[in-house]
Write a new protein. Structure first.
Length: 402
């Protein structure tokens, strides 16, 4: 089965998470992604968990983000390494990097240099605050937790009246990666019309700020400073997790039409006529009183008991699954979202699948992540027509991996 991006070649000079997420999406959709790594490898190769033994080719973290890619080791501190990258830029469609602004320019591969080599290339950069930024921000180092804090996300995450919390997944990096993939695809489409490449300047902070849902609007329209509410929604009630007899369950009464039926199911018909709870707006204004009443009822049964009841009556709900539960969930298996790959040096292992279900060219995981420098010789020979002697010389000079 061919991928939607067959024929698109991506030079991936990114590392760890944000950039590799973007290029993973492109690879899943059929692009040829060449992950250009330094001799010591992508930093992510040193992050756990590790399968079997701790080394650069057994990092579950790296494997989960770099499936479907090729690995080329290139020492860009050497002139010949830079010359090889220049040759690859000429035959590629996309260039991705997520280093601190100024790093790639110092190496001679900033946007202006790369577009001079290949005017049709799409050049994507991802950083904490963006390349076009106030001087004091452009070079500021940023990790996911920095972006979550700066964007305001942490101020609305966590228990009510509790300390600020980081979201359990590295959303700053991952959202930036997904948005970069969208930007790259848009730029490629534009190129089919104009023949011109362009630059994508992604910011982790911008990415998180852009997905803040109604928090920004609540401040700009009402002057309210949103705060953390635990699992509750700021403007829909009840819309949160409740403790049951044995665990937790989420209830999402997203419209008034569910309200009366829900009250009957939980044995509280009196709440239907209670003027404090007649509309969603009133229920939200009187959230604490309502949540206390519902908690008293929901804790009387197990999560499974409530799930059976809500399922039968069509009430929006979900158990709060652990990672073990969701990995073993039949729906996840049916959607092929947990896939088994053959990983070199490890054998069979399972990782998350691709969520891009196109009817003709779906995203898919067709191979594991490359070992460090696995495709160096193949790429130099097939794309750049280097001879075996030339490759041996490059290896002896430390330009490529041993």
């Amino acid at each position: 089965m061919e991928g939607a991006l067959k024929g698109i070649r991506v030079l991936d000079l990114s590392h760890v998470l944000a950039g590799p997420t973007a290029t993973m999406i492109l690879a899943d959709l059929g692009a040829e992604v060449i992950h250009v790594e330094p001799p010591q490898g992508d930093d992510a190769r040193e992050y756990g968990p590790f399968a079997e033994k701790i080394d650069k080719n057994h990092s579950g973290y790296f494997i989960s983000l770099n499936r479907n890619k090729k690995s080329l080791v290139l020492n860009l501190k050497q002139k010949k390494g830079k010359e090889i990258l220049q040759e690859l830029i000429k035959v590629s469609d996309v260039f991705v990097e997520n280093f601190r602004p100024g790093t790639m320019s110092a190496l001679g591969f900033g946007w202006e240099e790369v577009r001079h080599i290949n005017p049709k290339i799409v050049y994507a950069s991802i950083s904490g605050f963006g390349h076009e930024a106030l001087p004091e921000y452009a070079s500021r180092p940023a990790y996911d937790i920095v972006a979550q804090a700066y964007s305001g996300l942490m101020s609305i995450t966590g228990p009510e009246d509790g300390p600020p919390c980081r979201a359990g997944s590295s959303l700053g990096d991952i959202i930036a990666g997904y948005q970069a993939a969208i930007g790259i695809l848009a730029a490629l489409f534009y190129r089919t019309i104009t023949g011109r490449g362009q630059r994508y300047d992604g910011s982790m902070v911008d990415g998180l700020f852009s997905i803040m849902e109604n928090a920004v609007a609540r401040y700009t329209i009402e002057g309210e400073i949103p705060r953390a509410l635990g699992t509750a929604h700021p403007s829909i009630t009840p819309f949160q997790a409740f403790r049951t007899k044995d665990s937790w369950i989420v209830i999402a009464i997203g419209s008034d039409k569910f309200w009366s039926g829900f009250c009957t199911i939980v044995g509280r018909n009196d709440l239907i006529e209670d003027r404090r709870f007649c509309t969603n707006l009133l229920r939200t204004e009187n959230r604490k009183a309502l949540v206390n009443m519902l908690t008293e009822e929901l804790i009387k049964r197990t999560t499974r008991d409530w799930a059976d009841i809500f399922e039968k009556e069509g009430i929006p709900y979900s158990p709060v699954n652990s990672i073990k539960q969701i990995c073993e969930d039949p729906q996840i298996q049916f959607r092929n979202m947990l896939v088994e790959i053959e990983q070199k040096g490890i054998g069979r292992m399972k990782i998350a699948g691709s969520p891009f279900r196109l009817s003709e060219t779906p995203g898919r995981v067709y191979q594991g992540a490359p070992v460090l420098g696995e495709h160096t010789e193949e790429i130099l020979a097939s794309l750049l027509k280097k001879t075996k002697t030339e490759i041996q010389t490059l290896r002896a000079e430390g330009v490529i991996n041993n």
